[in-house]
Design a protein around this ligand. Sequence first.
Ligand SMILES: [Mg+2]
Length: 278
Amino acid sequence: MPKRSAYPLIFTDLDGTLLDHNSYSAKPADLLIEQIIEQSIGYVIPITSKTRAELRSLQASIPISETISVTENGSVIHVPDGCIFEGAKGPHSSIAGIEYTQILDQIGKLPHNLQKYITGFADMTADAVSKATGLPLDQALLAKERQATEPFLWRGSDTELNQLKMIMTAANIRIQRGGRFYHFTGQAAKQQAMARIRSAFAKQQPDQDIIAIALGDGPNDLEMIEAADFGVIMPNPEGVSIETTQPHVRIAPSPGPQGWVIAIRDIFAELGLILPKS
Ligand SMILES: [Mg+2]
């Protein structure tokens, strides 16, 4: 029997991973992605905490407009035009967590003594989001276009936060801590979206070995990185670097898109896949 060929799916975080922390450039990874797509030797899936609207605004700088993408930390999977995913033809979005309107409904139903400590993106103007996050105003507007998660500032105590958690858990909503913001999310995470996409590919391409490669630099990437066949931690010179005890996880030799290219070239070589020289 001929050896099955490997078909890598590259699940990549954006900020600080595929995109340079400061310049937001994807060079030189953009060229490698174009080559992978053109030669159909793999598939690149952006998987980000950004909204769909923010991701769309990046598509001029990264060649990913025609690929499946995952936004809001694993909560929404977007399937491009013509692509078959889990039997349904794109374009469509599939909510893995909970609809945004349901999250807002639940916040609206909270007792006033908890609700008064919450300031969510829905309560804030784009200008206020821009000031609180450091995003430019045009990006803050796009960050407000949410589908399945709500970032919020919390002014209550830890005891009150635990009360809030209990009430929201009963409504199937989790609270995750980011940097300054907390996030209401459904039961969704990056690694779950990765597993779902991977199994859809495995069903559709049964004669190939579907290999999951995951790259990221943040705590919200770690479980995905550890669950992948090839996990890559990107060094983060400007923030907290994540750590793992998993021996199969590697650390990219340099941060951002330069390190991304080296890590992907190494993994493709280990899989016996030939990438063109850049
Ligand atoms: Mg990141």
